[in-house]
Design a protein around this ligand. Structure first.
Ligand SMILES: Nc1ncnc2c1ncn2[C@@H]1O[C@H](COP(=O)(O)OP(=O)(O)OP(=O)(O)O)[C@@H](O)[C@H]1O
Ligand SMILES: [Mg+2]
Length: 387
């Protein structure tokens, strides 16, 4: 592809629209998610509850909380955000969140220090206690504080989870006008924040579902319109098949395929552009994903395992990309597709798929979620043209 030949403005527009590496910031580009936005908002506004939002990587958690944050700000809430890292502790996260609140909201500081950022002067010096959280709203000028801690799954310190549970408990017991939104990669609420029966009633646990096919389609249609290109219907269908409801994949393929079309000085994205996009996505895939694929299929020589892998990747799944493999008289099926017994055993033994026991004894998911798309894109490349 000759980069120099691309009209720079259109290429630039495309990159502004399709952003696989960036969460969405404006509601205009967020497909779906109205139900989730409403549920989170209701929990905070009506129930004064706290929210735990969890799901696989790339499903749109940060994009959704961006919407929540801007909706909350426009309704007069004070919003503070913090992105956790592996070494974050309770203290760092809370101070980070409160530093992100605008200084103008500080009403009754407990520390006199102009150097402190945001509203940190509303927190006492020394080690923070859960009760300091409950006292926080009383020291601020606004009516309700929303504190959003993203990437909470990265926190390694387990005591931090207990401290948060205590903070939530104390804030709820005192009816403090403060809500936490805790966000992270996880299969379950307990895995992300720990098991704390005392706070269950005060928390809305929300598993973020995949997008519907129509919502994936909307990303391409709306994005194409904004970037001045058009994805042909057959291309959109093929993207929907590869994305399986994951917005990240739709963004990635939209960008790569659109880049190809613009490089041809065409405003129509055709099958060949999408194949080039698949090729690029496969080449640039996480080496771990490629290694699992090569290993389990023995470099595609083990066609039986490859067929089973493809049947699963393209087969029936629930709204969270989990699939059911049922057994009848020693044979295994996903929906009505048959899986060869040794191949299925191999996929399990190698850890390519993992059991989701909290859902049911027959429920499984890909251990590495991107493998599903990798398998489908490689299959499409093998079948190549015509769509
Ligand atoms: N509803 C949506 N409509 C359109 N694009 C979306 C939507 N949700 C997410 N995206 C896009 O999908 C990609 C992943 O989104 P986001 O970063 O919000 O996911 P995440 O769940 O926070 O991922 P991670 O677990 O890696 O933090 C981004 O490119 C984002 O722009
Ligand atoms: Mg995120």
């Amino acid at each position: 592809m000759d980069v120099a030949a691309q009209p720079p403005s259109q290429q630039h527009a495309l990159r502004e629209v399709f952003t696989p590496t960036r969460p969405q910031r404006s509601s205009r580009r967020v497909s779906g998610r109205q139900t989730e936005l409403l549920r989170i908002f209701r929990a905070i506004a009506l129930d004064r509850a706290h929210v735990v939002l969890y799901g696989e990587r790339g499903r749109g958690k940060t994009s959704l909380v961006n919407l929540v944050a801007s909706a909350a700000r426009s309704s007069g809430y004070m919003v503070g955000r913090y992105t956790c890292s592996f070494d974050s502790r309770f203290e760092d996260i809370v101070r980070g969140l409160v530093r992100d609140l605008p200084k103008s909201m500080l009403a009754a500081p407990v520390v006199q220090d102009d150097e402190l950022e945001g509203c940190e002067a509303a927190l006492p010096r020394g080690r923070l206690q859960p009760r300091d959280i409950a006292a926080l709203p009383g020291r601020l000028a606004g009516r309700h504080v929303v504190l959003i801690a993203d990437e909470f799954d990265r926190v390694e310190d387990s005591a931090t989870r207990t401290w948060f549970a205590d903070a939530i408990k104390q804030a709820s017991d005192r009816g403090a006008a403060i809500s936490f939104i805790i966000v992270g990669v996880s299969d379950s609420l307990e895995e992300l924040v720990g098991r704390h029966p005392s706070i269950q009633r005060n928390i809305l646990g929300l598993a973020l579902p995949l997008l519907s096919d129509a919502e994936i389609d909307e990303i391409l249609v709306q994005g194409g319109r904004d970037a001045g290109i058009e994805f042909l219907p057959s291309v959109r269908e093929a993207v929907i098949d590869a994305a399986r409801g994951v917005p990240y994949v739709a963004q990635l393929l939209g960008l790569h395929a659109g880049t190809e079309a613009i490089a041809r000085a065409s405003s129509q994205v055709e099958a060949a552009d999408l194949l080039a996009a698949f090729r690029r996505a496969v080449e640039e895939a996480d080496p771990r994903v490629a290694a699992i694929y090569q290993g389990v299929t023995q470099g595609e020589r083990d066609r039986t395992t490859l067929d089973s892998l493809r049947a699963i990747a393209g087969g029936e799944q629930d709204r969270y990309a989990r699939f059911i493999v049922s057994e009848h008289e020693g044979a295994h099926f996903i929906a009505d597709r048959w899986l060869e017994r040794d191949a299925w055993a191999r996929l399990k033994e190698t850890g390519t798929v993992r059991a989701c026991r909290s859902i049911g004894p027959d429920a499984f998911a890909f251990s590495e979620p991107m493998l599903q798309h990798y398998v489908l894109m490689r299959e499409a490349l093998e079948d190549s043209t015509p769509y």
